[in-house]
Design a protein around this ligand. Sequence first.
Ligand SMILES: Cc1cc2nc3c(=O)[nH]c(=O)nc-3n(C[C@H](O)[C@H](O)[C@H](O)COP(=O)(O)OP(=O)(O)OC[C@H]3O[C@@H](n4cnc5c(N)ncnc54)[C@H](O)[C@@H]3O)c2cc1C
Length: 503
Amino acid sequence: MSDTADVIVIGAGPAGLATATLLAGKGVHVALVDPYRLAVAHPRATHVDDETVRIMQTLGAAHLEPEFLCHTDGGYQIYDAHHQLVRYMPWRPEPTDQGWYGDYQFFQPDFENLLRGRLHASPYFASLLGWRAVSVTQTSSGVDVAVRNERTGAERTLTARFVVGCDGARSTLRGLVSPEVEDLHGTHRSLILDIAPFTTSPAVPENDAFTKAIPPNPVTCLPIAHDMVRFEFLLNPRDATEDFEVPSRWYELLAPYYAPGDYRIARADVYRWESLLATRWRDGNVFLAGDAAHQMPPHLGQGMGSGLRDAINLSWKLAAVLDGADETLLDTYQTEREPHVRVYVHAAVGAANGIEFMSENPGELGEPPEALEAQMPVPQLGSGVHGDTEWPVGALSIQPRLLGGDRLDDVVGYAFAVVGNPTLLAGVDVATAATWQRVGATVVGETPLPLRRWLNEHRAHAVIIRPDRYVFGLAASAAELDALTARLADAVGTVDHQPAGVG
Ligand SMILES: Cc1cc2nc3c(=O)[nH]c(=O)nc-3n(C[C@H](O)[C@H](O)[C@H](O)COP(=O)(O)OP(=O)(O)OC[C@H]3O[C@@H](n4cnc5c(N)ncnc54)[C@H](O)[C@@H]3O)c2cc1C
């Protein structure tokens, strides 16, 4: 195995696996380092939203979706300290404009194993699973990463132009790239109990998830994939962690929901949740992604999704720079992603703090804290490749099915897309068409009804969509599309690609 790669990804959690998969798919030589030879066997993340499933689609994992748990009736209930229902959010019963349902429960080990297996079949992939990164040194030409085999103790030094640190919440890379972190003040602990019940329980609704802010330990309960049920008991500030690490406590906490002996405990772990953002996501040729760059409580189910958004944002930029685009493109990774994930961290902090507040202040009847009233946010990227951020520029594009029945992203691939009225697309300058070819854009000259409606809403007839599915810009005429494409050439540089395909 060669000791050089274009990119070394440190950490094979979801963020690292997604980054490695997207890079290898672009023909980038990528090495993936993780001390564990096998993926973790139990889920940490369980919830994915429509955007996250769309990213899974780009990762080639959409065929797992039929196995996900997806409720179209029922919803999420929040009860106060007096068992009064104070908020009810129904699940979204129809697929969203992303082409998928709004909320699923998936099985993280299946997803990670799929990506691990696929990577091992790629000629662009070097597997260092079973190896720990022990030091990272920037050199004049790139980065050296010293790795040590966990079983044999053998040591090697790998060299690459770029390193992406996806080494999780306890990231050591973060200490190198961003010694400073911003604390968003949502630190909590909770006991996670995943159980496989042998029987149904009237106290656990089949289609609903609930949070009950009952003191002393608010509980969240949700059905998860593989016929399991997750319980999360929030520890209060006075609780000792070790008191929640003993089996007798687990059975006691679960007693209102299931009789002992009516379930198998699949896992029991106390987590400490931090809410923070790394101040810098890039130092020279080393980047942070996933929990290494941002952490949040699990209450919105957005931690992993945010790491996948990092991966899909950063990977096409790294591939473009390796192909000759200007390195300043990489500075847009943090400017775009950080404001976006900040919205989710704030919302998750609000939810976690709100539940704790309701439980610690049982005298306050009725109204839940404001944070629990809010809808799930749908943020835009911060400023970056797309320039300004006037809605819907910098916002997530829709994913319609094309006239032949395919989902748009399946036709486009992990590439830029120029989609719109065929007459308008045919009327652009030769230079514009040449730029599309140079940046590897897929040109889709059709406007199925949902797309036509969306374009009409924004007074446009064509849209350029970035490889991460965010809107680069809109055009109402061929001349506007020429101008937009000129901006694209400036932003992404003049790399010489083959076109990704024409739909
Ligand atoms: C109980 C729980 C429930 C959650 N629920 C949800 C949810 O419903 N939805 C959601 O989106 N998110 C959820 N999350 C958050 C989600 O699990 C994390 O955000 C996500 O796993 C982070 O992915 P990551 O790849 O950044 O880091 P990790 O998954 O932590 O992976 C980091 C990897 O880096 C490796 N590593 C560490 N040090 C080194 C080193 N020196 N060298 C090489 N490799 C190294 C580790 O072995 C590990 O494999 C939940 C988390 C928990 C714990």
